[in-house]
Design a protein around this ligand. Structure first.
Ligand SMILES: *Cc1c(COP(=O)(O)O)cnc(C)c1O
Length: 384
């Protein structure tokens, strides 16, 4: 089976993990700050907090911004459930902004209209989570202007977009947001097995997230309530979690980061080849925007309505030919857990239309030319 995504592990990656295993530290050692420092430098941002997943990073980012019961977080319905669940962990409520049918990111005009209505009802969001879907950055400049106008905070869910650029800067430089979050799950651009990172320009938010990552415990005298009783002394000054990443994982992430630009360049070659080879098939191909450089986590195609075939037939036909296609994503508001909160089919029609026609084709840096040819041949055969 040719999967839709997979990791790309080199001998250097394996050596880095082995040397972490042979070191004095399996966790809470030097590999974690090394990974944080390297990714912060790569993104051009001051602070980075590595954690055990992007889900954890989203949670502590929401907490650091003070999201709590009575508050609203808005995000896109076309995302992994974690982008929305972060608000629920904090006791806050979730709402969605429908997608733009060209970029598949949340629509800035839908956002502007929803904000104008929310201002009248007194239900403005405290936090917006724009998701850089498939690795393509959202229209962050326009979103920032709306944040300034309406006073909400921004967490970029950049789980798909480590290594992407927007205008003149790297995603993660937080020029337009408070915090950005990355995922290092094996299907993402670089991997640490499991892992995530929150990055920010704010020292205050970084301190808050570092504390939340590890039980709300501090060893920093400045942050203590009492005089330290001795070198063993620490204080719990808040309620945090154990969201730490291990040195083994951080060593892998740090090693992978050295090859990130090559990984993404290869993804662009594959996307160029798909654009060329699939142009005459009855598919809507993803659009790459001129104002950004996508990390191309996914290559989602939509089956055109006039084909006489269903998405199910396309999906099953590809799977039957050994192509491990997938669908990203089931709109979050149609999940049973969210429907129980009052959301229903029809609430976000662009997201639902996109979902009904979408299939993610294999897209990863180690996809071989032979496997690529197999995917294209399978598509031609299913759609002929
Ligand atoms: C993968 C993903 C997450 C969660 O990442 P984990 O590291 O698996 O917790 C969150 N948001 C989006 C958009 C994702 O794709």
């Amino acid at each position: 089976m040719i999967p839709y995504g997979r990791q790309d592990i080199s001998q250097e990656d394996i050596d880095a993990v082995v040397s972490a295993l042979k070191s004095d530290w399996l966790t809470q050692g030097p590999a974690v700050p090394e990974f944080e420092g390297a990714l912060a430098a790569y993104c051009g941002v001051e602070h980075a907090i590595a954690v055990n997943s992007a889900t954890s990073a989203l949670h502590i980012a929401c907490m650091a911004l003070g999201l709590e019961a009575g508050d609203w977080l808005w995000t896109s319905p076309i995302t992994f459930v974690a982008s929305a669940n972060a608000a629920l962990y904090c006791g806050a409520s979730v709402d969605f902004v429908d997608i733009d049918p060209v970029s598949y990111n949340l629509s800035v005009s839908a956002l502007a209209q929803k904000l104008a209505r929310a201002e009248k009802n007194g239900r403005l969001p405290k936090v917006l989570v724009p998701v850089h879907f498939a690795g393509q950055p959202c229209a962050m400049r326009e979103i920032r202007q709306l944040a300034d106008q309406y006073g909400f905070r921004i967490i970029e869910d950049a789980s798909h977009a480590v290594g992407a650029s927007y205008l003149d800067g790297k995603v993660g430089n937080c020029e337009y947001s408070d915090i950005s979050v990355f995922s290092f799950h094996p299907v993402k651009i670089i991997t640490s097995g499991e892992g995530g990172m929150a990055v920010t320009r704010s020292a205050e938010l970084a301190d808050a997230m570092r504390s939340l990552r590890s039980h709300g415990i501090t060893r920093d005298h400045q942050q203590m309530v009492r005089q330290p009783e001795g070198p063993w002394y620490y204080e719990q000054v808040g309620l945090g979690y154990n969201y730490r990443i291990t040195d083994i994982q951080a060593a892998l992430g740090r090693s992978q980061l050295q090859r990130i630009d090559g990984f993404i360049a290869r993804r662009h070659e594959i996307a160029d080849a798909y654009d060329r080879e699939l142009a005459t098939l009855p598919l809507i191909l993803p659009v790459r925007h001129k104002d950004s450089y996508s990390a191309l986590h996914l290559y989602p195609v939509q089956l055109r309505d006039d084909t006489g075939k269903t998405r199910q037939q396309l999906f099953d036909g590809l799977r039957a030919r050994g192509i491990g296609v997938n669908v990203h994503y089931i709109p979050v508001h149609t999940q049973p857990y969210y429907e129980a909160m009052g959301f229903k089919q029809g609430d976000f029609p662009e997201a639902e239309r996109y979902y009904s026609r979408a299939v993610s084709l294999p897209m990863y840096s180690s996809l071989t030319p032979d496997d690529f040819a197999t995917v294209v041949a399978a598509l031609r055969s299913v759609l002929s």
